[in-house]
Design a binder for this molecule. Structure first.
Ligand SMILES: CCCCCCCCCCCCCCCC(=O)SCCNC(=O)CCNC(=O)[C@H](O)C(C)(C)COP(=O)(O)OP(=O)(O)OC[C@H]1O[C@@H](n2cnc3c(N)ncnc32)[C@H](O)[C@@H]1OP(=O)(O)O
Length: 219
């Protein structure tokens, strides 16, 4: 049996790709996702993402990128839907290059995480490139947001470093694109090296996804 076609993978029903109506329902015009411009730009962004986290500063490359970034901004009808503080708040990790909170990783929105009482909290509105089914945030991205916020909470009380051992996500409802959602995480209890964590993605105060997880410090 061959691999499923990209069209089948893209579709929530496995039968068809999202229609223009789907995109209209999501509040977006049909994107130029299949144009050479979009594909080359996506490839460029992936190369940039790798260069940003692996290369030293290079003045000539920086100038080329600056000029291109200006051109792309001019070409875009709806520039950067995600707004972040300038400078982006540091996540607390010494050299954060994660694809979710790092300001230097273009795969990341980036999300800013803060502490509120005993919880780690992030407010974010995700734009179109994080879409799964039409108008909804991709479920894997929802899991990524929760993993990071729960991970932040696991490390916020001065406990030793720990890794995600188990993460269960329950998807209760759509997590919408382009609307503010809140991601929250906390430590429920600590047992030796184990930290039992929970959290939610909240849309207008109601959970669209809930997470339960176990973080463990290495022996
Ligand atoms: C140190 C460095 C930190 C770095 C912090 C800095 C972070 C900087 C950037 C972070 C950014 C964020 C990132 C997002 C979070 C990731 O993405 S983390 C990356 C993804 N996760 C991983 O790579 C972890 C892979 N797993 C492992 O490395 C190892 O399994 C672990 C987590 C170190 C644990 O190994 P282990 O010590 O051998 O643990 P194990 O014996 O399996 O279990 C320990 C105990 O828990 C029990 N247990 C296991 N599963 C369960 C369960 N489901 N329920 C109840 N008990 C259980 C076991 O029975 C065992 O019990 P005891 O025998 O002690 O009574």
């Amino acid at each position: 049996m061959g691999q499923p076609s990209p069209v089948a993978q893209d579709s929530p029903t496995g039968q068809d790709s999202p229609t223009e109506q789907d995109h209209a329902a999501a509040g977006h015009a049909e994107p130029a996702a299949r144009s050479p411009y979009a594909e080359h730009t996506a490839r460029l962004t992936r190369s940039l993402a790798h260069a940003l986290v692996s290369e030293n500063d290079d003045a000539e490359l920086a100038e080329t990128v600056r000029a291109l970034a200006t051109r792309l901004l001019d070409a875009s009808e709806a520039p950067a839907a995600v707004t972040v503080d300038d400078p982006h708040p540091r996540s607390g990790f010494r050299r954060d290059i994660t694809p979710i909170t790092s300001a230097v990783n273009p795969l990341a929105p980036p999300m800013a995480i803060r502490r509120e009482g005993d919880e780690s909290v992030s407010d974010v509105a995700l734009p179109l490139q994080y879409q799964g089914p039409p108008a909804r945030v991709h479920g894997g991205i929802v899991a990524l947001m929760l993993d990071q916020v729960l991970g932040n909470a696991a490390h916020s009380t001065g406990l030793p470093g720990a890794y995600t051992r188990e993460l269960t996500i329950t998807y209760d409802a759509a997590t919408p694109l382009d609307r503010p959602v809140q991601v929250v995480g906390r430590i429920d209890r600590v047992e030796g090296r184990k930290r039992f964590m929970s959290g939610e993605v909240l849309v207008d105060g109601a959970p669209s996804a809930r997470a339960h997880g176990l973080w463990i410090s290495p022996r």
